[in-house]
Write a protein that binds this ligand. Structure first.
Ligand code: GLA
Length: 392
């Protein structure tokens, strides 16, 4: 993963802003990426998820533009794009600007007219590794622009705006998990979200003896986007056949009764979702009790189900998860699973803190030997959710 170790703060981004635009930013906001501990492909089925925010952020600095047009800079060293205010309310170039355009359009619909702004974005959230760099971008842009416009938008509303931006401006039919945790995360806590009601519980995850290891497979298979939308459709069809509005309302009994009508593929897709919702609950209970063996067992079950029933893993990610059972320090790993949308990206593992460095270096070496790829990892605690860092 593109592991940017640099910290990004008000103090680091301000001099760049001044260099690029010739004046100081008036508002700066930050939003984190995330890793999902358990509950994948459940959010768009109105189910349960349990992500945590990373200690990696996207930071957005803004100020009024003196040119009458927007001026956007997407990363340090990138060129500055000048875009007329009206034009910025619809889809356009460069591709990343659609995250900003989408937020501007959504604010406009709420009657919040953001005049011409200068905007600089800097981030240390790894991109393309399934750690929600897009959600971090939408949420941080929305927080910065809302602060700039002098309006308060509740974190859950910010998350919903981010999700609509994905649907309407980026064409990704995602659920709400990534934006929700980026907006609502809390330091030292995992967040159990009910995606039907959007009510949530913050569960302390601060046992110093256990560490979260996020390990990148360094692959991303191109079928990801089409396959994601296809899984969504298969779930909707399965719910319809079982006579429920969403798979959240389906039970294992209903599933068995409808087995013949569902056919093999829809049967397995639905079985994953029903089982995964139960595993989120098991994991939450384990976390409250600090029962790491039980938490690890839920993670193992989740991976097997995503691999075999939902079919969103891939050979490299399966290798990483199985290496967690085969490396010399395997007994220090409570559990591991793929995390996020799948078809590559990262695995997440719960590991004994005293051995986490050893586990990570053994995994690096074994993955290099079996797959031939040199990769990277993060050891992280649950970080904070989005916030405004500075207002002039
Ligand atoms: C992606 C989507 C999320 C969620 C996960 C799978 O990260 O953006 O909404 O569906 O995949 O759990």
């Amino acid at each position: 993963m593109d592991l940017v170790k640099r910290e990004i703060t008000v103090e680091t981004i301000t001099p760049y802003f001044v260099e690029y635009f010739g004046h100081e930013p008036t508002h700066i906001a930050a939003a984190p990426g995330r890793v999902n501990l358990i509950g994948d492909h459940t959010d768009y089925n109105n189910g349960f998820v349990m992500p945590m925010a990373l200690e990696k952020h996207t930071v957005v600095a803004v100020a009024q533009s003196p040119t009458g047009k927007h001026r956007f800079c997407g990363s340090l060293g990138d060129q500055i794009y000048e875009i007329p205010v009206e034009e910025a309310l619809s889809v356009g170039e460069p591709f990343w600007s659609n995250y900003v355009r989408g937020v501007l359009a959504h604010l406009e619909r709420r009657g919040i007219h953001v005049g011409p702004v200068d905007m600089l974005i800097d981030s240390n959230v790894p991109r393309g590794s399934g750690l929600s760099s897009s959600a971090a971008l939408e949420v941080s842009v929305c927080m910065a622009l809302a602060a700039y416009a002098g309006v308060q938008i509740a974190p859950t509303e910010v998350a919903l705006i981010g999700q609509s931006v994905e649907h309407e401006f980026v064409n990704v039919p995602c659920g709400i998990m990534d934006q929700f945790i980026s907006a609502n995360g809390r330091e030292g806590h995992a967040l159990k979200l009910d995606c039907a009601s959007l009510s949530y519980e913050l569960i302390p995850m601060d046992d110093p003896s256990v560490s979260v290891l996020v390990f990148d497979s360094a692959v991303h298979h191109s079928l990801a986007d089409g396959a994601y939308a296809q899984r969504r459709t298969q779930c909707e069809e399965s719910a319809k056949i079982m006579g429920v509005a969403t798979l959240r309302e389906a039970s294992l009994d209903m599933l068995e009764n409808a087995k013949a009508q569902l056919g093999d593929v829809r049967y397995r897709r639905a079985r994953h979702v029903i089982g995964e919702n139960a595993r989120v609950e098991d994991f939450a209970q384990a976390l409250r009790m600090r029962d790491w063996d039980k938490a690890g067992a839920a993670m193992r079950g989740s991976h097997a189900s995503l691999r075999d029933d939902y079919e969103v893993s891939c050979a490299e990610v399966d290798t990483l998860v199985s290496l967690c059972d085969r490396i010399p320090s395997a007994s220090s790993v409570y559990g591991a699973r793929m995390t996020g949308g799948g078809f590559g990206g990262c695995i997440v593992a719960l590991v004994k803190t005293e051995d986490v460095d050893k586990v990570a270096s053994e995994l690096l070496e074994a993955y290099r030997q079996e797959i031939g790829i040199d990769t990277a990892y993060l050891i992280t605690r649950p970080g904070a959710g989005a916030k405004v860092l500075y207002q002039a």
